[in-house]
Structures are given as structure tokens and as C-alpha cells.
Design a protein around this ligand. Structure first.
Ligand code: NAI
Ligand code: MG
Length: 341
């Protein structure tokens, strides 16, 4: 057990939002791993959002949840279910929460064997700015893609700082790959590229390369081990992170973090998995990986590293849940994780 450091400090307050489906099952498992590593240093505060919350109270993201989270430095979130058809008054709580808490960076590490990369995705603009309209009486649909100097500067700075802290931890040089398509999207990706190059000029210790998004996907699949930190506008980052997740073991094992200046919301990459909810066979690895990201982000680096090591051991030698070809239950996987702390 660690837990000796920072003992004098006040506990770190973290929100805990299970959500729907397997969300509560995997968040509960991840919180147990965190508690085993951190002891009394974490104070969890329970909050709710999602589909069940909407059905009960008419709001997918209750004000009370936002207020609770505003009193925390971060939160661990499971998943929410979204109805497959539009429902009056229902809006994805996670999208709203990202906006309310200013979570502008989406961080997704890709780790497995020799691969140790991380995709940093701009989380607030690009094609997700929500500016869509019809033209010619519904015969043409237009989506505006927004790239601003401010948001690009902020995301690239974030990526550079992350690259430096990873370099310090890994004892290796830092490398940043800037992804764009400025040869075609000359104004928007041109601005992303130009702003990125301005920012990285302030980080001479980072080796910087540019890569067009199409060849980026190709090379990420062929030689994933050559990448360190990859920074990309919203949609490119979204696609790269999912392609990357497939490369390193899939939905059940990959975590991600939505980060802002004052808050980090970490979550497994998977959804609420209604097909297996309540059966006790959800893989807890992705949620535990998310918890490790959360601890790293709130400054508990030793605890985060410890959880990463536990995960590496568990993935190579522990019992596997059915999604990984085994027969273990969530409880058995959790017991193995806890035994490795
Ligand atoms: P999903 O990720 O929930 O499930 C896809 C497949 O992977 C299913 O067969 C599921 O059983 C399996 N799976 C996922 N996580 C697993 C785990 N930890 N252990 C073992 N197997 C696992 O994606 P799907 O089915 O497209 O969406 C289900 C619901 O989740 C939908 O309502 C969707 O809107 C929501 N969703 C929510 C997200 C979030 O809250 N951030 C993200 C993605 C989907
Ligand atoms: Mg996605």
C-alpha cells in the first residue's frame, strides 16, 4: 500500500457518477481500486445523471449534480444510455457537462505492449460546434467547421505540457505530432497548423512533427509505437482515438479524461452496455484506467502510476472477463486488481 505521502493534506474531493447500465458496476469497482491505493486521501461525493435520472426527474443533468461537481476537483463517470429515438427534453448530459465545466481537452492514452501514445482532442469546436443548417429547401445540408486561434492555442499548450510531464515520467524525449489537413482546408486547418507552430515554438525541448490526418490514421495503424503525444482538432481526434482504442485492446480496456483548467471528468470509453448490464460480467479495466488518469490530473501522480502498474500486471496475468475471451466476473477481475495493489 502507498498512502504515506500527502497524509497531512486535506482529502481530495472527487465526484462519483455511475450513470446507467454497467456504469455503476464499473465505477464502483474502480473506486475500490482507488481507495485501496489512496486510503483516506480521497473523499467521494455521489452524484447522478443520465437516462434513469431523466426518467425520474425530467432532467438528464440535474442542477444539483453540477453544484456537487463544482465543489470537486474532478469526477469519475461511468456511462449514460441515450434513447435511440429523439425524446422531448432529453439532451446528452455529458455534452452539456463538458460545456458547463469548460472541459476543452479530451485525453485518451493508447497503451499496450510497446505502444505508449496519447491522443489529445480539441473538445469544444471543429465540426462539433453545432452550426448546421439546411439550404435549398432541405436538398443541401451545411455544417460549419469552426477553428479559432484561442481554442487551438489552448489545446496545443495543453498537449505540450502533457508531453513534457510524460517525458519526465518516462525518462525519454518528448514528441508532439500535430494533425491537420491544411493542404485542403487552407483557412481552418491552416489556422490550426499556424497556431500550433506558434505555440510549440515556446517549447524548444519538444520534437515536433506535422502529419496530415489521412496518413496519420495509416501510420498509427502501421507503426503505433513511434507516437508520443498526438494533438488534433475535434473530429480528427475523435476518429483517431477510436481507431487507436481498437489498436490497444478495445472498448473494455481504454479510459479517457475530459479536462479543463479546474476540473477533470474521467470515464471509460465504452457506453452503458445494456446487453450485459446487471449480469456481473462487465470488464472494469477501462474504468480503472480512467481513474488512473483522474488521479494523475488532480496531482496524485504516485497513486496514478501505481494503478497503471496494477493494470499492466492484471492485463497480462489476471482473469479475463468474457469481452476479453475469458469467463471471469467483474468481482473476480476486481479481486485480482485489488490483490495486485
Ligand atoms: P457500448 O460501449 O455500451 O457497448 C458496445 C459493446 O461492447 C456491447 O456489446 C457491450 O456489451 C460491450 N462492452 C462495452 N463495455 C464493456 C465492458 N466494460 N465490459 C464488457 N463488455 C463491454 O456501446 P453501444 O452499445 O453502442 O451503446 C450502448 C448505450 O451506451 C447507448 O445508449 C449509447 O448511447 C451509450 N453510450 C454512452 C457513452 C457515454 O456515456 N460516454 C459512450 C458510448 C455509448
Ligand atoms: Mg467517440
Amino acid at each position: 500500500m502507498t498512502g504515506s505521502r500527502d497524509r497531512s493534506a486535506a482529502p481530495v474531493r472527487l465526484g462519483r457518477i455511475g450513470g446507467d447500465g454497467i456504469g455503476p458496476e464499473v465505477v464502483d469497482a474502480a473506486a475500490q481500486v482507488v481507495d485501496a491505493v489512496c486510503g483516506e486521501r480521497i473523499e467521494w461525493v455521489e452524484a447522478e445523471m443520465g437516462w434513469r435520472t431523466f426518467e425520474r426527474g425530467g432532467r438528464a443533468l440535474p442542477e444539483a449534480t453540477v453544484e456537487i461537481l463544482e465543489g470537486c476537483v474532478g469526477a469519475l463517470f461511468g456511462a449514460v444510455s441515450s434513447p435511440s429515438h429523439a425524446v422531448d427534453g432529453y439532451q446528452s448530459p455529458i455534452v452539456e457537462l463538458r460545456r458547463r465545466l469548460g472541459l476543452y481537452a479530451n485525453v485518451r492514452p493508447l497503451c499496450s505492449g510497446a505502444v505508449d501514445a496519447v491522443v489529445v482532442r480539441e473538445n469544444t469546436e471543429g465540426l462539433y460546434a453545432g452550426r448546421e443548417r439546411w439550404e435549398r429547401e432541405g436538398e443541401v445540408a451545411i455544417a460549419e467547421r469552426v477553428i479559432s486561434r484561442r481554442a487551438t492555442d489552448r489545446i496545443v499548450r495543453f498537449a505540450c505540457e502533457l508531453a513534457l510531464s510524460r517525458a519526465a515520467r518516462r525518462g525519454k524525449g518528448a514528441r508532439l505530432t500535430v494533425v491537420h489537413k491544411a493542404n485542403v482546408l487552407r483557412l481552418s486547418d491552416g489556422l490550426f497548423r499556424e497556431t500550433s507552430l506558434d505555440v510549440v515554438a515556446g517549447f524548444p525541448e519538444i520534437e515536433v512533427e506535422e502529419q496530415l490526418v489521412d496518413s496519420m490514421v495509416y501510420r498509427l495503424i502501421l507503426e503505433p509505437e513511434r507516437y508520443d503525444v498526438i494533438v488534433a482538432p475535434n473530429l480528427y481526434g475523435d476518429i483517431l482515438s477510436d481507431a487507436g482504442a481498437a489498436l490497444v485492446g478495445g472498448l473494455g480496456v481504454v479510459g479517457s479524461a475530459n479536462c479543463g483548467e479546474r476540473f477533470c471528468l474521467a470515464e471509460p470509453v465504452h457506453g452503458s452496455a445494456p446487453d450485459i448490464a446487471g449480469r456481473g460480467i462487465a470488464n472494469p479495466i477501462a474504468a480503472v484506467a480512467a481513474a488512473s488518469l483522474l488521479l494523475e490530473r488532480v496531482g496524485m501522480r504516485d497513486a496514478a502510476a501505481r494503478i497503471r502498474n496494477v493494470l499492466t500486471e492484471h492485463r497480462s496475468a489476471g482473469p479475463r472477463t468474457p469481452d476479453r475471451g475469458g469467463r471471469a466476473t467483474t468481482e473476480q477481475a476486481l479481486a485480482d486488481l485489488l490483490a495486485r495493489v
